[in-house]
Design a binder for this molecule. Structure first.
Ligand SMILES: [Cu+2]
Length: 156
């Protein structure tokens, strides 16, 4: 089969670029500790019912500068929707959905994941810079989706 030299060149360049991108993704995930968020466990296994209520959300201090947040997403808000922590805190978020598919994106951080009903999503982030970090739902979840937000206040 005859392939024109220019076409062969472009095929080779495309394959090389795919390999370079693959290596870049692998290196960046290893270097920056980026991990694909996923279901860490079923909601039932944590003792938290699939239809968890806002009262079952909490912020827990595990030790100096280490926190756990049990966050519930529902139509149309997050519980808790305001979190205050000192600068330099490492926070592990456990996310539950009370009703439908939601998402969370914490602006200015690497935290971004889907919140799937019946599953628990987990993400950890260290807040080194003081300021306000807005978080919002990034999966369309109905009429009030645009008001589904909250903030993390990192005190310096
Ligand atoms: Cu939404």
């Amino acid at each position: 089969m005859h392939i024109h030299p220019y076409e062969r060149l472009w095929i080779r360049l495309s394959v090389i670029m795919l390999i370079v991108f693959g290596i870049a993704i692998a290196l960046s995930s290893l270097t920056f500790g980026i991990e694909i968020p996923g279901a860490t466990r079923r909601a039932v296994a944590t003792g938290l019912p699939v239809d968890a209520t806002p009262e079952q959300s909490w912020i827990r201090e595990l030790g100096p500068g280490r926190y756990e947040v049990n966050m519930i997403a529902r139509m149309w808000g997050f519980d808790p929707n305001e979190i205050r922590i000192p600068k330099g805190s490492t926070v592990t978020f456990y996310l539950h959905s009370q009703d439908v598919l939601h998402g969370i994106k914490i602006r200015g951080t690497t935290v971004s994941m889907m919140v799937i009903p019946g599953q628990v999503g987990r993400a950890t982030y260290t807040f080194d810079e003081p300021g306000e970090y807005i978080f919002l739902c990034h999966e369309y979840c109905g009429l009030g989706h645009h008001v589904m937000s909250g903030k993390i206040i990192v005190e310096g």
